[in-house]
Write a protein of this length. Structure first.
Length: 224
């Protein structure tokens, strides 16, 4: 059973006569340990697809299933039965952590909220190891981390809650090429090792090449 099925999913903004399709019908499946690179021109709807898979918005049509179960359904509020199963690595990770909290506290909070587990120490150390995040950095605040370290911290936070699917939207676009390369490597390796499926939106052909598969999103045809 695939961890993620995206079945004829489309995206749209607005409603009625003002509705505009921004994601052409997209279909693919992702198995545990696999990675899929989502590529396509700017404005094709790649971020829209990432948000739909994250459960942050509903598709206009089609279905998303996580481990065979409906995840988000057209035109309804996203049904996120088990929110922990799909986790995101945001584009601006430093801004996704609470500024006054240490990374450790932010991750512990995410684990507690999404899994109910109160003692997250073991999960945090394991996730930091997977993400190649130095454990001393767990006691830093987000502003004290470099861009690459903040990305690793966000990967660790995502993995600490035990997701089946990891979604990264342009995870390395704000990093210099060398840091981007090592963060991408850590992302691919850690998702595979954790047994999660990885969906990466990327413009980087080298990163796309290292994924199991590439899904190319074509811009939708507008009839305005
Ligand atoms: P990509 O990630 O491939 O560049 P996006 O998913 O970000 O594409 O955007 C697809 C289209 O949807 C673009 O034309 C964009 O302007 C439009 N769009 C994005 N967000 C919104 C929004 N909140 N409201 C209306 N249109 C939006
Ligand atoms: P809540 O609204 O329940 O407090 P958060 O905004 O803290 O939820 O997000 C919880 C998790 O959802 C984050 O740890 C991250 O994995 C994921 N997430 C939320 N928004 C995004 C986003 N825009 N891009 C990627 N991941 C996201």
């Amino acid at each position: 059973l695939p961890v993620l099925e995206v079945d004829e999913v489309t995206g749209a903004y607005g409603r009625g006569a003002r509705m505009r399709q921004v994601l052409a019908p997209t279909t693919f499946a992702l198995h545990a340990g696999e990675s899929v690179a989502v590529v396509g021109p700017s404005g094709a709807g790649k971020s829209t697809l990432a948000d739909i898979v994250l459960g942050l918005r509903a598709p206009a049509s089609g279905a998303v299933r996580v481990q065979g179960e409906a995840w988000v359904e057209p035109t309804r509020q996203p049904v996120r039965v088990q929110r922990r199963l799909v986790q995101g690595v945001p584009q601006d990770p430093a801004a996704s952590f609470v500024p006054r909290w240490t990374i450790r506290i932010s991750i512990a909070q995410a684990v507690r909220r999404l899994t109910g587990v109160r003692d997250a120490d073991e999960a945090i150390l394991r996730a930091a190891g997977l993400a190649h995040l130095e454990t001393t950095l767990l006691d830093h605040r987000p502003a004290q981390l470099s861009g690459g370290q903040a990305q690793r911290a966000a990967i660790a936070r995502a993995l600490a809650v035990g997701p089946q699917v990891l979604v990264a939207d342009e995870p390395t676009s704000a990093l210099d090429p060398e840091t981007a390369n090592s963060v991408s490597q850590a992302l691919l390796a850690s998702a595979a090792e954790a047994g999660a499926g990885l969906l990466i939106v990327t413009h980087d052909p080298h990163l796309a090449q290292r994924c199991t598969r590439t899904v190319t999103i074509a811009p939708p045809q507008h009839n305005s």
